[in-house]
Design a protein around this ligand. Structure first.
Ligand code: GDP
Ligand code: GDP
Length: 435
């Protein structure tokens, strides 16, 4: 798990400008596949070889009815829970305000390292004036200009010094199944049902991570780590912006898992946010299982109904028909074990290795079935290919002019790989190299 840095401060001091500067070009990764565009208020950054997640708490909008100070109080509390280091941003142009003092009071009551960032120090004079902020009671003050970049290098140097040591999680030898999905689809109900199930042996893992509760689960003699992204919110009983932080947690859990169990509410259908989670899981090359929960609420279930649901979901993501879909009822404990069984199949598929001779035989066959096109007078030709990696699988193809390979032929290859070799629930990466 990457360490987390949160940016807090009153409105208009430049939090989101700093955030964008820290995230830099990585922001461009934002996925607009499936037409899901939304503001990202968290992202990854790196400096001196260290990577960390940055959260812009300014992206969190408290209820409009809230008075400002209440909203900020909430923002700061959540930031404290979620992060390793706090960047407390103030504005040298405006000087100290009473809201700054309130934020300072909240931050001084805790132990996490706080770096005071005197933003808008665009010139020498303002940078000198920034010293007035020492009166807020923090030792480490960094005059920066988020707009022109001055001072951000010094800030980042110190920030990475304070990052916690990278630690290998001891349980990492077991496959991690992350239960993700929108709020209220039934993630916790599923996890709890699983942990209660008499077929399972469960061990609490002490020192669960900051943003999810992990349990060790033995099912059919195999051990898994079940990652509950919703549990902590419930355990903590703190009011929080559910949507905002569940997006942050989901992203982090997805990065860290082997299989994403993406839960949907069968009564609510498949919406933009679900698609976004699915496309993130694919982008991170994780194994994927879609679970349709609350099946007990679906009227007139017959065998065709699940088929119809599947078709409806696949129609939304036509390139992902390889994702298995399981219908369950978490509250009635119906088919919950099936989820783990399918996740296990996906793990096996993800680890699968196709031998190079078998793969090249296959390529020859499909080239006969559908010859590669002729481009500008010469025939495209794939000379050979090999699986260079598993879990997740990566195939490397050597060919004459990779840039001219049509996208539909790529899709054809992927489709035929899946028909021939399976890879159920597993994103496949294909790279084409000149040879
Ligand atoms: P937030 O509400 O704290 O997220 O603040 P924003 O990042 O939206 O910035 C508020 C305003 O301050 C915007 O008009 C920014 O262009 C401006 N701003 C941000 N950083 C700087 C800076 O370093 N120098 C100056 N002069 N303006 C800045
Ligand atoms: P989470 O936010 O995704 O963890 O969702 P919860 O597990 O808290 O469930 C949200 C609500 O849906 C709760 O009221 C649950 O009782 C209800 N719920 C969860 N699973 C099922 C189910 O299989 N069937 C029905 N009818 N309700 C469910």
């Amino acid at each position: 798990m990457l360490p987390v840095v949160s940016i807090v401060g009153r409105p208009n001091v430049g939090k989101s400008t700093i955030f964008n500067r820290l995230i830099g070009s990585r922001k461009a990764i934002v996925d607009d596949q499936y037409g899901v565009t939304r503001d990202r208020h968290y992202g990854e950054s790196h400096w001196n070889g260290r990577e960390f997640t940055v959260i812009d708490t300014g992206g969190y909008q408290p209820d409009a009815t809230d008075v400002m100070i209440e909203g900020i109080r909430e923002q700061v509390h959540i930031a404290l829970d979620e992060s390793d280091i706090i960047l407390f941003v103030v504005d040298t142009e405006a000087g100290i305000t009473s809201l700054d003092m309130s934020v300072a009071n909240l931050l001084r009551q805790q132990e996490k390292p706080v770096l005071l960032v005197a933003n808008k120090s665009d010139n020498e004079e303002r940078a000198l004036n920034a010293t007035e902020f020492y009166s807020l009671g923090f030792e480490e003050l960094f005059p920066v200009s988020a707009i022109n970049g001055t001072g951000t290098g010094d800030l980042l140097d110190r920030l990475v010094e304070l990052l916690p040591e990278e630690t290998e999680e001891p349980e990492s030898k077991y496959p991690k199944l992350a239960v993700v999905g929108r709020p209220n689809v039934g993630k916790s109900s599923f996890v709890n049902a699983m942990l209660d199930d008499e077929r399972c042996i469960v061990t609490d893992i002490p020192g669960t991570t900051r943003d999810s509760i992990n349990s060790k689960l033995v099912y059919n003699d195999k051990t898994y780590i079940l990652v509950d992204t919703a549990g902590l919110r419930k355990r903590r009983k703190v009011e929080e912006n559910v949507e905002f932080y569940s997006a942050v947690r989901t992203d982090r859990a997805l990065r860290d898992c082997d299989v994403a169990i993406i839960m949907l509410d069968a009564m609510r259908g498949f919406e933009a946010q679900d698609k976004h989670i699915l496309s993130e899981a694919e982008r991170f090359n994780k194994g994927i299982v879609i679970v349709l929960n609350k099946w007990d609420l679906v009227p007139e279930k017959d065998t065709n109904l699940l088929k119809e649901f599947e078709e409806y979901i696949y129609a939304e993501v036509p390139n992902m028909k390889w994702v298995p879909i399981v219908s369950i009822s978490a509250t009635n404990k119906k088919r919950i074990g099936k989820v783990i069984e399918v996740a296990e199949e996906v793990i096996q598929e993800r680890e699968k290795v196709i031998s190079t001779p078998d793969f090249n035989d296959f390529l020859q066959r499909i080239a006969k079935e559908r010859p590669l096109p002729i481009k500008r007078g010469h025939a495209l030709k794939i000379k050979y290919a090999t699986q260079v990696k598993s879990a997740p699988p990566v195939f490397k193809f050597f060919m004459n002019t990779p840039s001219e390979l049509p996208a539909n032929y790529r899709r054809f290859i992927e489709k035929r790989i899946r028909e021939e070799f399976g890879f159920k629930g597993v994103p496949i990466t294909m790279t084409f190299k000149q040879k």
